[in-house]
Design a protein around this ligand. Structure first.
Ligand code: NAD
Length: 481
């Protein structure tokens, strides 16, 4: 990339270096080259960020009218769009995902998060109840306070802004921690926040790792009122324990092992195109990835043949090449983890496509899109989140059976159901133990709808009114008439 990127901390409106002098290297997963340095926030830095955020609640930000505040929130979205190319380039350098995806999905959606919540907050009210003519009850809404936002590396700016936009629109202040592997777009966002005129201290960005680093310091800090966390289920457990000290409000969006259920009467052309997306887009590093594909037996062979044929057309390679469909995985460590699952699949099932690092890519953490069949339902590849371009394709015979198998995992994030039978589609949707069901589609979003998972996939929902509820406190006022 030519020049190197120095990801500094953003505390109280200023870009600063770590008070401990600690910093770490940022690596481009597509080339294994160094991208630059990341400042690792110390406990004191996180404490300063939290204090700045608390102070900012009392400053001009706290005194602004909703109208003034959401104009600033909207401006952040505008400035992201103005700098879309810059953001997209950094996101791709950091993650290894195709530039086309950063340009078409990650960055426009990040901007839309700000635009959407600016609009949404304009018309949010509260509840009021009248009891005969003797009592009147109404609720007033205020910000929760200082909110910690802890983020993963797979959709760095999209997920950070999914939390930040409603938090700000509701009047909170924020201490955000991007994943250690993807610090760049959050740092650029801090610049945009400043340029938009958001007052100092309202948004703070601290870089670092999880345990005994910036993540843990936020989770345990008594001055943080709430945490919205997206990441692994095991990390969620640790954060919950740390956050229990001062009973922080928590919203968790965690892992998934999502079934795609394909009945024989589905539109096969559409299924194949969407399955390609739900299996391999973003290298399969998507919490919503449909990594367990169940196909009704009469069309199983046809589906598998067509999926293999179509998957072979995917181009794995340089994320900056417009022809590339599948880029690099996030890190060497993650690549090894995914390859571990491929070893299990090879031993316990059959790999009909992929399973190797592509020979034409001599540097970077690439993996071929991989299709696994003939594997037992209890195999770890079917039960655990792989978070890479690896899917299992298994046949089923009855509706009851596939529902039982679909629900038989510890996760409960999303599912997609493919059928032209209207009644069956709704019937199955009601029985699946997941937070989101897509019928004859996948990852089709409306930001007003509840987003999140059940079981080990999360706690709470965000989106529309659900985000407003999470990022606000209610006080009920009762009047005796
Ligand atoms: P991760 O849990 O390893 O890390 C996420 C963030 O938590 C990082 O910023 C990390 O530094 C921080 N962290 C780690 N340990 C911590 C600790 N002890 N205390 C405080 N913070 C800590 O997750 P990841 O590997 O970055 O992301 C992949 C995971 O995220 C997958 O499981 C995926 O399913 C999940 N995810 C879920 C959703 C969703 O909406 N449900 C969306 C995207 C990703």
């Amino acid at each position: 990339m030519g020049e190197t990127f120095h990801a500094r901390l953003f505390i109280n409106g200023e870009f600063v270096e770590s008070s401990s002098g600690k910093r770490f290297k940022n690596i481009n997963p597509a080339t294994e080259e160094e991208l630059g340095w990341v400042e690792e926030a110390s406990k004191e830095d996180v404490d300063r960020a939290v204090k700045a955020a608390r102070k900012a609640l009392q400053g001009p930000w706290g005194k602004m009218s909703i109208r003034e505040r959401i104009q600033l929130v909207r401006k952040v979205g505008d400035l992201i769009l103005e700098r879309l190319d810059e953001f997209a380039r950094l996101e791709t350098l950091d993650t290894g995902k195709p530039l086309s995806l950063s340009k078409q999905l990650d960055i426009p959606r990040a901007a839309y998060n700000f635009h959407f919540f600016a609009d949404y907050l304009h018309s949010v009210g509260t509840e009021a109840y009248q009891m005969d003519q003797t009592q009147l009850h109404y609720a007033i809404r205020r910000p929760v306070g200082v909110v910690g936002l802890i983020n993963p590396w797979n959709l760095p700016l999209l997920l950070l802004t999914w939390k930040m936009a409603p938090a700000l629109a509701m009047g909170n202040t924020v201490v955000a921690k991007p994943a250690e592997l993807t610090p760049m777009t959050a740092t650029l966002l801090a610049e945009v926040i400043r340029d938009a005129g958001i007052p100092d201290g309202v948004v703070n960005v601290v870089h670092g790792f999880g345990p005994n680093s910036a993540g843990a310091f936020i989770a345990e800090h008594p001055g943080v009122n709430a945490i919205s966390f997206t990441g692994e289920t095991t990390t969620g457990r640790t954060i919950m324990a740390a956050a229990s000290r001062n009973l922080k409000r928590l919203s968790f969006e965690l892992g998934g092992k999502n079934p795609n259920i394909i009945f024989a009467d589905a539109d096969l052309d559409e299924v194949i195109e969407t399955t390609i997306q739900s299996s391999f887009s973003n290298q399969g590093e998507v919490c919503l990835a449909g990594s367990r594909i169940y196909v009704e037996r009469p069309i199983y062979e046809t589906f598998l043949d067509r999926l293999i044929k179509r998957t072979k057309e995917l181009v794995v390679g340089d994320p900056f090449d417009p022809k590339t469909n599948v880029g690099a995985l996030i890190s060497k460590e993650h690549l090894e983890r995914v390859k571990g699952y491929i070893d299990i699949a090879r031993a316990e099932g059959r790999i009909v496509l992929g399973g190797n690092e592509p020979e034409h890519m001599t540097r970077g953490y690439y993996l071929e899109p991989t299709i696994v069949v003939e594997v037992a339902e209890q195999c770890r590849v079917v039960k655990e989140e792989v978070f890479g371009p690896v899917v299992t394709v298994l046949p089923f015979d009855t509706e009851e059976e596939v529902i039982e198998r679909a629900n038989d995992v510890e996760y409960g994030l999303s599912a997609s159901v493919w059928t032209s039978n209207l009644k069956r589609a709704h019937r199955v949707a009601q029985k699946l133990e997941v937070g989101m069901v897509w019928i004859n589609t996948w990852f089709l979003r409306d930001l007003r709808t509840p987003f999140g998972g059940m079981k080990q996939s999360g706690i709470g929902r965000e989106g529309g009114m659900h985000s407003v509820e999470f990022y606000s406190e209610l006080t009920n006022v009762t009047v005796k008439l």
